[in-house]
Each structure stands twice: as structure tokens, then as C-alpha cells.
Design a protein around this ligand. Structure first.
Ligand SMILES: [Zn+2]
Ligand SMILES: [Zn+2]
Length: 283
């Protein structure tokens, strides 16, 4: 398969969740979750992402963020209000400056903007949808994200009580319902193995995990450590952590052929994890 073919847009549905995107190490990475109206990273900003109002930008490497100014500019042309790129506080001021320079060059003001998102913070996108961020482990400050459905559920100790008892609790000013989060999709950004000790449990229980795995071959173990990327063996060593319905390996290197990547997954991952693991590769 030619490098051009590897960079083709992929469309799939995993655990009921439609995912579209491109992800090739060093070239371009973006994932569009159309039912959640958000994207993780935006690569070179393909047209399909222009109307997406919330971008979660993991880090400033240009294979993930080159299209940011273009995305802002295109949203303005289409008169789309707002638009927020949520990113690491370490990178946000520089991105804001870059956007201001592009605004000056174009002689316009963009509606879209960059917002710093602290590791550990949560952003509510709808009443029933939240995204939380945490620190990944890369050569530049990088965020990983988990998008969760938020449900309001009756306080467990009130389950089975009568309507009157619950009404009395409300009258006493007690909170009778609590938030329950159901993790839908997690995204690692680019990362070394430090992510596994930093990630919240939701990262490993999200229905779909988009997990960076740049390298799969024995000869690339050192390379993966040096460049702070994940190697398939580092995932295999932690196979018991993953409770996800589907683990999607992303950001795969062009140095290894799709066939060899698929063989490595079958050979190197324990069968119970290999059965739930798919490489993000064109057919
Ligand atoms: Zn990358
Ligand atoms: Zn990177």
C-alpha cells in the first residue's frame, strides 16, 4: 500500500459509535466523532471538520494541529458562530498569538478561539456530554481526553423508597440525584508509556479507546522510547488494564506495512486483547 493510500480518510463504527478520520505517524491525525459534534485533533483541517464546533487539540505538533488557523478562517467564511479549540495551557498562548497574526494578515477577526484546558478539568458540551482532559507523556505538553455521556441518576440510598420519602428529601434541601458518567470514547494523543500511570479509570473503560501505537516492530522499541511514542509491546505488557469494548491502534508508522502491523497485533498481543483490537488502517 502506498503512503498516499495510507493517508486516506477512514470511516468506521465501533461499539455503536461512528468514527471518521486520518491517522498516520508524522503525517496527519484527526478523528471526527459526528454524533458527539467534536473532534480530537484536526490535522490539516479537512472540510468535514470546519462545521465541528469543539476541537480537542492534544498537542502542537503540526501533524495534529497544522490546520488550526485555516479552521478558524473557514468558520468565519461560512459565518459559523464561535468554535473552540481546547488545548494544553502550555501551548494555548502561542496558538492565540498565531491566530492573532493570521487575523492581521487576513484583515479580519475570527469568531473561533483557543481555550486552555487544565489537566484534570472537564468541559461540558451538552447537558449529557462532558470531556475530561489529563496529561499524556510526550516530548511536548500533551493532553489526552475522555468523552463521557452524563446521566442523572437517583441517589443509590434512595432507590426503592416511596415517592413521598423522595419528595420529603427534596423538601429538606437534599440532593436526590447524582451525576453518573458513562465513558464513551477516549483518545491518548501522542504519548509514551507514562500515560498508563496517569490515566483515569475512564480511559480504560471507555467503550472505544483511540490509542496511539506508532511502532510494532522489535527494531523500533528504542525509537519509540526516544520519541515518546507507544510501542505495541508496551500495550501487550499491560493487556489486563484494558476493559474497552474496542481498542483502536492509531498513529501507526508508514515504516511498517499494514499486513505486518496486523500480523504483529495477532502475534504480540494476548488473544483476549487482540480480539478487541483493530488497527486504524484503510481496508
Ligand atoms: Zn503525531
Ligand atoms: Zn507528537
Amino acid at each position: 500500500m502506498s503512503p498516499d493510500a495510507r493517508e486516506r480518510r477512514i470511516e468506521a463504527t465501533w461499539a455503536g459509535l461512528p468514527v471518521r478520520g486520518v491517522s498516520v505517524a508524522g503525517r496527519e491525525t484527526w478523528f471526527h466523532l459526528p454524533t458527539l459534534h467534536l473532534a480530537f485533533d484536526l490535522g490539516r483541517a479537512p472540510t468535514e471538520l470546519v462545521a465541528v464546533p469543539n476541537i480537542f487539540l492534544s498537542h502542537p505538533h503540526l501533524d495534529h494541529g497544522a490546520g488550526l488557523a485555516y479552521w478558524c478562517s473557514q468558520r468565519r467564511l461560512l459565518r459559523l458562530p464561535g468554535g473552540i479549540a481546547h488545548t494544553h495551557p502550555a501551548g494555548a498562548p502561542a496558538w492565540t498569538k498565531i491566530l492573532a497574526l493570521h487575523e492581521d494578515l487576513e484583515g479580519v477577526r475570527y469568531g473561533a478561539r483557543v481555550e486552555a484546558m487544565e489537566p484534570g478539568a472537564r468541559v461540558g458540551l451538552r447537558r449529557d456530554l462532558e470531556v475530561e482532559a489529563f496529561e499524556a507523556d510526550h516530548r511536548v505538553p500533551t493532553l489526552a481526553f475522555v468523552a463521557s455521556e452524563v446521566r442523572n441518576r437517583l441517589r443509590p440510598d434512595l432507590a426503592g423508597r416511596s415517592r413521598e420519602e423522595i419528595r420529603d428529601a427534596v423538601a429538606r434541601g437534599e440532593a436526590v440525584a447524582g451525576k453518573v458518567r458513562v465513558p464513551l470514547v477516549a483518545y491518548s494523543g501522542d504519548t509514551g508509556e507514562g500515560i498508563f500511570s496517569r490515566a483515569p479509570r475512564s480511559f480504560f473503560t471507555a467503550k472505544v479507546l483511540l490509542l496511539e501505537c506508532s511502532f510494532v516492530e522489535e527494531r523500533d522499541r528504542e525509537r519509540s522510547k526516544e520519541w515518546k511514542h507507544l510501542h505495541l509491546d508496551e500495550i501487550a505488557e499491560r493487556a489486563d488494564l484494558f476493559e474497552n469494548e474496542v481498542v483502536v491502534l492509531t498513529h501507526l508508522t508508514l515504516r511498517t506495512s499494514p499486513d505486518d502491523i496486523r500480523k504483529a497485533i495477532a502475534r504480540r498481543l494476548p488473544p483476549r486483547l487482540a480480539a478487541r483490537t483493530v488497527p486504524f488502517l484503510p481496508e
